[in-house]
Design a protein around this ligand. Structure first.
Ligand code: ADP
Length: 666
């Protein structure tokens, strides 16, 4: 077994690997860029080596620096985690030359599976069904179009060298073909340095089901059952579970046999995942094989009790598989939700910034939280914006869902915008509870899922208002004359202290609430109801709130106007807004669109002096992990463009001025 392992990664996965190292008594060595000098993975590792500047290309993706760091620190193995160099055969090659074990499969296997084209060829050759499509050499526009016609629209374009959803385009009809192909190639070149495409039939309502496999260097291959990852946004997984509710014993047996056959066909070693699309009629197709540990591996750990990282280490050290197929059993159900710094209400734009508070349940029954962040850590532009994974286990799916929902309700992050509201909505959505979602579900129903049901519940509003008001009641100005209404800007006049407040949820729906009273004893006016409320603080983040005869424990965090409220039955993110919003505010913003995220301007579609209609594309911004097309918020004449193609811009920088004076006079 190894004695010193270097982890060529960062964030939650580095922290995850460190945990297993610690348990096994292995010395862990972290690497870090200058931006990560005080990151959590660096703090948790036994030792850490600096490898360069913040840009991944100059640090985490530099094979030479990683090998040098391993040499310098005397590591006998390198664990690549996922992302970064994990599927880059050059690291595996370099490890071999340096006499350091690579904790993953042989370089040749990574090379073969890293090309979606080659992988499809090998699997088809081994008799495993693949999605009908074209992965050939003829990459000119006309040949690809001919293939797409032959397959039949809709089709999906994927970079052959791809991963992470980058450069993929669904082309629904021939009219959009040329534009989509250009975009897919551009994104693919930027991300992978290669623009070869494969064209596949786009299945209408498939589910994403993948099988965890393990193979040792002695010829044994086993599977650790399947995971379902159909809850995706933009073809990226956000909620995963095991086992798959769509897989019965018959499908399971065919699916896992195909996965084991796939692993054998490529001479696999170590941990791998064979991804399939499962069609509505129970047929499935090979999609790709990931030659590394997956983000969602904890759900498999939760149902099998196996520490996948430990198995990876043992196999890389030359040991045989720790268990045979018949010894691997599955028990219960596990679900993982990925918390990202991104805004589901605004096109999933990534968000960055320092986390003020990160609260999540600890020590709860059958709950696991994997994260690389704590209070005060920054989500940085250079890296993946995933903040945490919340994994709940239950005896059955209902219990796992219930535990996940409670956990999400009590998880709060101040600072960057997160997708927590979306995760909470999905976890409580009838179609998710009924396990009826396919991979396109969320993209098709995003509006309904995000803004369905009542706006933030009355209890949450009252709890938020009490927390704000108690702070106000405690403040020194208020202590001078707690009952004086005259200094207040919020307009409340009735019966002494208290306030009128308006809160909006992320969908923009707002509600008003009045609170009369002082020091935790209030009367709340909400809608046409008048309710007696008493609130007391249990600690700075928790309130005991009694409304009439009902008592609630609420977690309340405030960050400026933002309020995060966690209750047993749900989590709410609401914002205090002015009682009387000015209608002019919005119009002014529309004339000066700003960068919604930090990034590089990769294309400008308009010139100064040109006329645009509302919705016309103005420019394309490439940031953290996506391309974003900025559309004209209003019609008018482009008066000024502040940047040129290739320029880097910060979030909220003014990009363009639109003059619509002429329009409004009409
Ligand atoms: P990447 O490696 O970039 O993540 P994948 O090939 O794994 O890309 O596909 C990611 C997701 O895209 C799948 O989980 C599925 O939702 C969708 N997808 C991929 N291929 C197809 C297809 N042929 N038909 C329908 N959906 C597809």
């Amino acid at each position: 077994m190894f004695s010193r392992i270097l982890i060529a990664n960062r964030g939650e996965i580095a922290c995850r690997i460190i945990k297993t190292c610690r348990r096994l008594g292995i010395h862990s060595i972290a690497v870090y860029s200058t931006a990560d000098a005080d990151a959590r993975h660096v703090r948790e590792a036994d030792e850490a080596v600096a490898i360069g500047p913040p840009e991944p290309g100059a640090s985490y993706l530099q094979v030479d620096r990683i090998i040098e760091a391993a040499r310098q620190s005397g590591a006998d193995g390198i664990h690549p985690g996922y992302g970064f160099l994990s599927e880059n055969p050059l690291l595996a090659d370099a490890c071999r030359s340096a006499g350091i074990a690579f904790i993953g499969p042989p370089a040749e296997v990574i090379r073969a599976m890293g090309s979606k084209r080659r992988a499809r060829e090998i699997m088809a050759g081994a008799g495993i069904p693949v999605v009908p499509g074209y992965e050939g050499e003829h990459q000119d526009d006309q040949s690809l179009l001919d293939q797409a016609r032959h397959i039949g629209f809709p089709v999906i374009l994927k970079p052959s060298a791809g991963g992470g959803g980058k450069g993929m385009r669904i082309v629904r009809s021939e009219q959009r073909w040329a534009e989509m192909l250009t975009g897919a190639r551009r994104e693919s070149r930027a991300a992978f340095g290669d623009d070869q495409m494969i064209v596949e039939r786009y299945l209408a309502r498939p589910r994403h089901v993948e099988v965890q496999v393990f193979a040792d260097s002695h010829g044994s291959v086993v599977h650790l059952f399947e995971r379902e990852c159909s809850i995706q946004r933009r073809h990226q997984k956000i909620i995963e579970e095991a086992p798959s509710p769509a897989v019965d014993e018959d499908i399971r047996s065919r699916l896992t046999s195909a996965a084991v056959a796939a692993a054998r066909a490529v001479g696999y070693q170590n941990a791998g995942t064979v991804e399939f699309l499962l069609d509505e009629d129970g047929s499935f197709y090979f999609m790709e094989m990931n030659t590394r540990l997956q983000v969602e591996h904890p759900v498999t750990e939760a149902i099998t009790g196996v520490d996948l990282v430990e198995w990876q280490l043992r196999i890389a050290a030359g040991d045989p598989l720790p268990a045979g197929q018949e010894e691997i059993a599955s028990h219960g159900h596990a679900i993982e939700a990925r918390v990202y710094a991104e805004n589901p209400f605004n096109d999933f734009l990534p968000s960055t910034g320092r986390i003020g508070r990160f609260l999540h349940p600890v020590g709860a029954l059958d709950l696991r939280v994997d994260t690389g962040f704590t209070d005060g850590d920054a989500v940085q532009i250079h890296y993946d914006p995933m903040i945490a994974k919340i994994i709940a286990w239950g005896e059955d799916r209902d219990q796992a869902v219930d535990r996940l929902r409670r956990a999400l309700a009590r998880t709060m992050i101040t600072g960057p915008t997160t997708n927590l509201p979306l995760l909470r909505r999905v976890a409580g959505h009838p179609d998710f509870l009924g396990a009826g979602m396919d991979t396109g579900y969320l993209d098709r129903h995003l509006g309904d899922v995000l803004c369905a049901g009542p706006a933030a519940g009355d209890v949450a509003l009252i709890a938020a208002a009490c927390a704000l008001q108690m702070d106000q009641d405690d403040s020194p100005e208020s202590a001078v004359d707690p009952h004086s209404p005259w200094d207040r800007s919020d307009g409340w006049r009735a019966g002494g202290g208290g306030a009128r407040m308006r809160f909006a949820d992320a969908c923009g729906d707002s509600r008003e609430l009045g609170l009369a009273g002082w020091g935790g004893r209030y009367t709340a006016l909400i809608g046409d109801r008048c309710l007696p409320v008493t609130a007391s603080r249990l600690d700075p983040d928790h309130l005991d709130v009694r409304i009439g005869d009902d008592e609630y424990q609420a977690t309340v965090l405030t960050d400026g106007d933002e309020c995060f409220v966690g209750l047993d039955f749900g989590g709410f993110e609401i914002r205090r807004v002015p009682l009387f919003p000015s209608a002019a505010d919005r119009g002014e913003e529309d004339l000066h669109p700003v960068a919604p995220m930090p990034g590089r301007i990769v294309a400008i579609h308009v010139a100064e002096g040109e006329r645009v209609e509302r919705g016309d594309p103005l420019l394309v911004l490439e940031g953290m992990k996506m391309e974003y097309t900025l559309a004209a918020p209003v019609g008018g004449v482009v008066a000024r463009i502040y940047f040129r193609e290739g320029d880097m811009v910060e979030a909220d920088t003014r990009l363009v001025d639109i003059d619509n004076a002429g329009d409004s006079e009409q």
